[in-house]
Design a protein around this ligand. Structure first.
Ligand code: SF4
Length: 311
C-alpha cells in the first residue's frame, strides 16, 4: 500500500501531540490521543483512516509515505523502514470515538481505511496487538465499512474478528506481482508471494470478503498467468501504477530509489503503464465491475457505503 495522502499533521491530531514525547528507540510507544482521522485526496470516499502504528518496518522501495509529512515530522531520527512506533492506547481511543458515533447514530455512515501510512500487521503487531484491539472495538460498534489493508500473513490471527464484521468488512491484500525475484528486489522485508497467496486463500476459505491490490503493479510473469491467479483469488481486484497512484503523476516515485532500481535491473521505463493497463483490461474482460483502476478502484467500496447512507 502506498497512498499519497495520509494523516493530516495538525494540532488536533493525536499523532502530532504524541510526537512531542521523545522516542529513544525505533519501536518506542507514542500515546494516541485520537484514533480516526478524516480522509481526503486519494482516499476520498472513505470517511476516515486509522493508523495503529507510525512508520512501517516493511520499508518498501516505492512507498510514498517516505515522501509524506507523516515520515518527515514523526520519524524520530530514523530512516523510512527503520521504525514502527506503536500508537499506545489507540484501541481504547477508538472505542470512545465509536461510542460517540453510535450515540449520534452515524456508525453506518463510517467508511474506514486501515491503514494508509503503515501496515497494521507488520511485526510489531505480534507484541502490541493494537490492530486486534481496534478490531475488537469495531466488532462492538460496527462501522458501515472497514477495509483492512495489509500484505502480512499475521492478519490470519484475526480472521475471527474480521469475519465477525460480516459484509461490513473487506480484507485487501497487496500482491504487486507473482514474481518472487521482483518481490525480493524491491520489497525484501515483506512476506513472500507464496505466503501471501496462502493467506488470501485462507481468507476466502474463512468466508471473508477479499480484495487483491496490485498496487503498484510490478513486473509480472505473463498476463495469462498473473491474471488467471488474480481471477481465482479475489472477489475484487484493484490495479494501480506508479504514475496513476502516487498522487503527483509519478513525481513522488521519481524521488524514490525506483528509477535507479529499474535501470539496474533492466526492467525498462518505470513510468510505463502498459503492463498495468494490460492487466487491468485482461481482468476487466473476465471480472467486469469487480476490477478497478487506481483511485476509483480503491474507493469503490467506500462510495457504495457513503452514498447509500447519505441518499
Ligand atoms: S507495507 Fe509499509 S512500507 Fe510498504 S507500502 Fe505499505 S506502508 Fe509503505
Amino acid at each position: 500500500m502506498h497512498w499519497p495522502i495520509f494523516v493530516r499533521p495538525t494540532a488536533g491530531n493525536g499523532i502530532l501531540l504524541a510526537m512531542t514525547t521523545s522516542a529513544q528507540s525505533s519501536h518506542a510507544p507514542r500515546p494516541a490521543r485520537t484514533a480516526l482521522n478524516p480522509t481526503g485526496g486519494f482516499l476520498k470516499g472513505f470517511t476516515h483512516s486509522l493508523q495503529p502504528y507510525i512508520g512501517c518496518r516493511f520499508g518498501c522501495a516505492y512507498c510514498y509515505v517516505q515522501e509524506s509529512n507523516v515520515h518527515r515530522f514523526f520519524n524520530g531520527g530514523f530512516a523510512w523502514g527503520d521504525y514502527a512506533f506503536p500508537r499506545q492506547g489507540v484501541a481504547e481511543r477508538l472505542a470512545v470515538e465509536l461510542a460517540r458515533d453510535r450515540r449520534k447514530g452515524r456508525l453506518d455512515s463510517l467508511a474506514i481505511f486501515c491503514s494508509s501510512s503503515t501496515d497494521p500487521y507488520q511485526g510489531a503487531e505480534r507484541e502490541w496487538a493494537l490492530t486486534r484491539g481496534c478490531l475488537e472495538a469495531f466488532v462492538a460498534a460496527p462501522p458501515g465499512l472497514l477495509v483492512m489493508q495489509t500484505r502480512s500473513p499475521l492478519v490470519e490471527r484475526d480472521f475471527d474478528l474480521l469475519a465477525g464484521l460480516g459484509e461490513r468488512c473487506w480484507l485487501s491484500m497487496t500482491l504487486e506481482t507473482d514474481r518472487e525475484d521482483v518481490r525480493q528486489a524491491l520489497t525484501p522485508h515483506c512476506p513472500s508471494i507464496a505466503r501471501r497467496l496462502a493467506t488470501i486463500r485462507a481468507a476466502r476459505s474463512a468466508g471473508l470478503n477479499v480484495q487483491v491490490a496490485v498496487s503498484p503493479c510490478l513486473p509480472y510473469t505473463a498476463l495469462d498467468d498473473f491474471g488467471g491467479l488474480l481471477v481465482e483469488l479475489g472477489q475484487r481486484v484493484v490495479v494501480d501504477s506508479y504514475a496513476s497512484g502516487d498522487g503527483q503523476g509519478g513525481k513522488r516515485t521519481a524521488r524514490t530509489s525506483i528509477p535507479d532500481e529499474y535501470t539496474r535491473l533492466g526492467w525498462g521505463d518505470w513510468r510505463a503503464e502498459e503492463a498495468a493497463r494490460s492487466l487491468y483490461g485482461w481482468l476487466h474482460e473476465r471480472m467486469g465491475a469487480r476490477v478497478g483502476w487506481s483511485q476509483a478502484g480503491f474507493t469503490h467500496l467506500a462510495h457504495r457505503v457513503t452514498t447509500e447512507t447519505t441518499d
